[in-house]
Design a protein around this ligand. Structure first.
Ligand SMILES: Nc1ncnc2c1ncn2[C@@H]1O[C@H](COP(=O)(O)OP(=O)(O)OP(=O)(O)O)[C@@H](O)[C@H]1O
Length: 369
């Protein structure tokens, strides 16, 4: 196993700087995920660690050995890393066994060692019964398992995954996710995993690095990233669907009171763990759709006071989408549109007057990205 250190990593393609001054420490045995939208530089970062790209600046060490720095460049095959790609990158005409054996053959390992290592790797991914099948005759999920066995066979100290589940259908992706997680728990190899899928990142990772435009927005455990996104970009990426901009009226360590134009009362929100805001500051409030509930409109109970509150805000339903076990509503509060997701059945129709309840502790103050 190996710790990985990245310092000041910078990579340009022509005038396009795709990774800029990136610093990152990955602990020995850690499963770390680079999460971000298409084009944010996560694959480029991974390929620089693998040795498939040469950075323009910066330093990378694996297990205390500098593999990139100034003129030093250790080629990929000497970095002791196994790689799994989205495209599998297998030889379809060769058997499962031959594909998995390939990295050891390249290293000219003795035949007996290759045979037992291949069997062990195939057992790890549950494919030992298909060792003599041609890879071209396997399903996508099975092919990705072969790719995984091939990455594991040489017992690398580092595993690098580039969106390995993207080509699989949703059901298979979910089961492979669980298997990958179990495999990491068992084998414990330091892993860097690239994805734009927040569920994959949340399920698999010890820590998640959220990236945009070649830079890091936030590093944290899945729970930290999910519950306390540092800014609007991260919140948006981990499923907060409602954003309101307002002005801080009052604030303490835990709670902020924020006035949002168009809302009859100021709103109570959870203060940011990442940054202190003061009264008068412009802030963004983030809120998940399943923390917005609707109730029947009742003029008497609707919030009319001037104190801070999150209950009974009068609103009009402007959209209804039936999702099976849930219903998604769009409601208008003043000029703001909010999304609400509640369990079925459908209770309101477009044009209905409702009262919006923002669940206590679910509104979060974040900084604008
Ligand atoms: N070989 C290359 N030549 C020129 N530009 C490239 C090359 N490889 C990547 N890029 C550009 O670098 C940027 C970052 O690409 P990268 O593949 O690292 O992003 P990503 O976050 O992994 O996205 P994706 O999920 O789409 O793979 C993109 O704008 C891409 O077009």
């Amino acid at each position: 196993m190996a710790a990985v250190t990245i310092r000041g990593l910078t990579k340009r393609y022509g005038d396009n700087t795709v990774v800029e001054g990136l610093d990152l420490d990955i602990a020995d045995g850690e499963f770390l995920t680079l999460l971000g939208p298409s084009g944010c530089g996560k694959t480029t970062t991974l390929r620089c660690v693998a040795g498939l790209e040469k950075p323009d600046a910066g330093e990378i060490s694996i297990d205390g050995r500098v593999v990139v720095s100034g003129r030093t460049f250790v080629p990929p095959e000497k970095r002791d890393a196994g790689m799994v790609f989205q495209s599998y990158a297998l030889w379809p005409h060769m058997t499962v066994r031959s594909n998995v054996a390939y990295p050891l053959k390249m290293r000219r390992r003795p035949r007996a060692e290759i045979t037992s290592a291949v069997l062990e790797a195939l057992e790890m991914v549950g494919l030992d019964h298909l060792a003599d099948r041609s890879v071209g005759a396997l399903s996508g999920g099975q092919q990705q398992r072969v790719a995984l066995a091939r990455a594991l066979v040489a017992r690398p100290s580092l595993l690098l995954f580039d969106e390995p589940l993207s080509n699989l259908d949703a059901k298979l992706r979910a089961s492979m996710r669980t298997e990958l997680h179990a495999m990491h728990e068992r084998v414990g190899t330091t892993s860097i995993y690239v994805t734009h899928d927040q569920i994959e990142a949340l399920t698999l990772s010890d820590r998640i690095v959220v990236m945009q435009h070649g830079a890091i927005h936030q590093i944290g455990t899945p729970e930290e990233i999910y519950a306390d996104p540092v800014d609007r970009f991260v919140a948006d990426f981990v499923g907060f669907e409602n954003f309101l901009t307002g002005i801080v009226v009052d604030v303490d360590t835990w709670t902020s009171v924020v006035k949002v134009d168009g809302f009859p009362t100021a709103l109570l929100a959870r203060s940011s763990k990442h940054r202190t805001f003061d009264p008068g500051d412009d802030v963004t409030l983030a809120l998940r759709a399943n923390n917005v509930t609707l109730t029947d409109f009742n003029a008497a109970s609707a919030a009319t006071s001037t104190s801070a509150g999150t209950d009974g805000i009068p609103a009009t339903v402007t959209g209804v989408a039936y999702l099976g076990d849930q219903v998604e509503y769009q409601v208008k509060v003043g000029a703001h549109t909010l999304k609400s997701r509640m369990s079925s059945p459908v209770r309101w129709a477009e044009g209905d007057q409702v009262a919006v309840v923002l669940q206590q502790d679910s509104l979060l103050v974040v900084k604008e990205s």
